[in-house]
Ligand binder design. Structure first.
Ligand code: TRP
Length: 406
């Protein structure tokens, strides 16, 4: 069966389009290569550009206002629910294969903001199973990263009454039966077409697990618009889940998506990755380390000499410290524009622009690190964020897989 050979024909006919590179870049959950053309990508994936009107309806946030999140799926139904004070949810997960850096935490801070403004329920699954299968790491190593990542997620400061943290191997009592149920609609051909060839049957099954994550708020809390704010490379998971949701007789609507660009790597455009060679800024980094990393590694849009820079000015559009300010770290539009204008005119030097970015990023990290440092035992801290027994039962019942011994 071909991946596009599914029952839906109208609005989502393009959703399972393959990830195969027809242009000179590749974007799948397991490989990001080449220079990404973000506009082409949403056409390739069949997603919609965010409109000015949609952005204006969201709570104001630089990641939206400046279009780091630039595309989506079914954004209107989420906005309608948020505006009507009706239930609405966000799912934003983490693959715990290493320490978290700046790029990982931005969607979490956006989710927190949306939760504060409109009361969104936020689900944050940690796919330790996926990372065990995808990376050459033991369960002990993945477990270590999972615990450390959880502390960073807790430090963001979500409302425990409206937030659930899920760990695939720990919450397997609910995740596994649901994933099995969803897996009946996932063929090897679909998995291969969407994700590329997988090394093991484990990774072939994993999309059923991530589809479970995306439907979980509805299985626990009832049918409601669900928005998944993620970097574009994760969109295939959303498409697969939407196809499954359309075929399964489940009391859920298809999850929507908010698709984001990658925070640029310090050494230039592309994906900021903790596993690649390019240095990245870890959430735990000390201020001196942040300063040193940016001073020595950040790609700038400055000129070769000070004289030339003063005369011809710099280019903020390729300058990584400026891009960091624009993504998140300088929320004030007027201030950002002033910095850009001074840079273009040559009044502001690359070194000075770097210092502004260092100042903003270290201030942000200091607050994050303070909140992290006061956390107690993980097992205690996470308790108010775990699914309750009633919620677990509810999800299994809604999916038609009631517990055997109840
Ligand atoms: N697969 C994602 C990654 O590798 C992590 C993840 C798991 C996720 N479940 C999710 C992301 C649900 C968004 C929504 O980073």
């Amino acid at each position: 069966m071909s991946p596009t050979d599914h029952t839906e024909t109208d609005t989502d006919a393009t959703e399972t389009r393959t990830a195969t590179a027809t242009d000179d870049f590749t974007v799948t959950p397991y490989a990001v290569e080449g220079e990404i053309d973000y506009e082409k990508l949403i056409d390739r994936f069949g997603a919609d550009r965010l409109t000015d009107e949609q952005v204006a309806r969201f709570p104001d946030h630089p990641l939206l206002r400046r279009r780091t999140f630039y595309a989506g799926r079914d954004v209107d139904s989420y906005l309608e629910a948020a505006e009507a004070d009706a239930p609405h949810a966000i799912v934003t997960g983490r693959g715990p294969s290493g320490t978290m850096h700046l790029g990982h935490v931005l969607p979490l801070y956006l989710a927190k903001r949306l939760q504060q403004e409109t009361g969104a329920t936020v689900y944050i699954p940690l796919s330790d199973d996926e990372k065990f299968l995808a990376k050459a790491q033991s369960f002990a190593e993945i477990g270590h990263h999972t615990r450390e990542n959880l502390r960073d997620i807790l430090a963001v400061g979500f409302d425990p009454d409206r937030t659930r943290l899920i760990i695939d191997t720990v919450d397997a009592d609910v995740i596994y039966p649901l994933a099995v149920r969803l897996a009946t609609y996932l063929t090897p051909a679909t998995v291969e077409a969407v994700y590329g060839e997988q090394d093991t049957v484990g990774l072939q099954f994993y999309p059923a697990v991530q589809a479970t994550h995306l439907l979980l708020p509805q299985l626990v809390g009832g049918r409601q618009p669900t928005l998944v704010p993620i970097a574009v490379d994760q969109d295939p998971h959303v498409r697969v889940c939407r196809d499954i949701a359309a075929k399964e007789a489940l009391p859920v609507e298809k999850p929507g998506a908010l698709l984001g660009r990658f925070l640029p790597s310090l050494e230039g455009p592309g994906k900021m990755s903790s596993s690649a060679d390019a240095p990245s800024i870890e959430l735990a980094a000390a201020p001196e380390t942040v300063a040193e990393t940016i001073r020595t590694h950040a790609y700038t849009g400055g000129r070769a000499t000070i004289e030339e820079h003063r005369e011809r000015g710099g280019d903020p559009s390729v300058d990584v410290p400026f891009q960091y300010l624009r993504f998140f770290f300088e929320p004030d539009d007027a201030e950002l524009e002033r910095i850009a204008a001074d840079y273009r005119s040559g009044d502001l030097l690359s070194g000075e622009l770097k210092e502004i970015a260092i100042d903003r990023i270290t201030t942000f990290l200091a607050a994050h690190q303070r909140r992290r440092a006061v956390l107690g035992e993980l097992a205690t801290e996470i308790q108010p964020y775990r699914l309750t027994d009633a919620e677990r039962q509810q999800a299994l019942e809604r999916a038609g897989v009631p517990s055997v011994l109840e």
